[in-house]
Design a protein around this ligand. Structure first.
Ligand code: CA
Length: 242
């Protein structure tokens, strides 16, 4: 039995049932809520591991639910949105959501997003056990925060200060989708349009440097029109992990 408990927040019964059945089939535990107030209540009572949250709820906007829950919890929140506008997803991500699914979505997609969150939780927990968190490891990627350098396997990466800053920001949020605005505000302190163009260039060069020694691994995932995510690489497929 999978120990993970998932809170499903969705007012549309067929979709709620689809998610519930999928989770049940894959041995996840789940609880449900059909409106925002119930969602906040369930989240605070049961402290689930992950929340699937529909943005269009009858009593309040999903973004308000995220803001409320973020006052006391870092539980991964995956937003489910029927709206095709990216602005809704961006608003939800900036409010503290970790990822998003757009309706209609497939069962496989749902499970894949859930696995990303499980890896994110595992990483957050192992950081806690290591205490200092002075060294970051993900697949063959290693960041030595004290020395201020990053490497892939034995190869040190020649990063510019901005690229290094970007990598650290992404690493700190491994598994979470970061919006363009979030990133530019953290790197440059503002989100003006010139920075967005710079961000694309820096991301492209950073990605190239990460993949120069091993292009079979994708570390940085691009979310067109939204932002970027650093993926937790499956350690089983790579050497050099300790
Ligand atoms: Ca809805």
């Amino acid at each position: 039995m999978n120990k993970f408990q998932i809170l499903i927040v969705e007012d549309d019964p067929p979709i709620r049932n689809l998610i519930a059945t999928t989770l049940k089939t894959h041995d996840y535990r789940y609880i449900t809520a059909s409106n925002g107030e119930e969602a906040i209540m369930q989240a605070s009572t049961y402290n689930p591991d992950v929340m699937f949250l529909d943005l269009g709820l009858p009593d309040m906007d999903g973004v308000s639910v995220i803001k409320k829950v973020r006052e006391w919890s870092v539980m991964p929140i995956i937003v489910i949105s029927a709206r095709s506008e990216d602005s809704d997803k961006i608003e939800a991500l900036d409010a503290g959501a970790d990822d998003y699914l757009t309706k209609p979505f497939s069962v496989e997609e749902l499970l894949a997003r859930l696995r990303v969150m499980q890896r994110r939780i595992a990483l957050l927990n192992s950081d806690g056990e290591n205490g200092s968190g002075a060294i970051y490891r993900n697949g063959n990627l290693k960041i030595d925060y004290a020395a201020g350098c990053a490497s892939i396997g034995d190869q040190e990466l020649k990063l510019t200060p901005i690229e290094y800053k970007l990598l650290c920001l992404l690493a700190k949020n491994t598994g979470k989708v970061l919006t363009h605005t979030y990133i530019t505000q953290h790197i440059w302190g503002s989100a003006w349009e010139g920075n967005l163009a710079s961000l694309r260039v820096f991301m492209a060069t950073l990605r190239k440097k990460l993949e120069q020694y091993d292009d079979s691994v994708q570390y940085i995932q691009t979310h067109v029109g939204i932002g970027y995510r650093l993926l937790k690489v499956d350690v089983n497929h790579h050497e050099g992990n300790q």
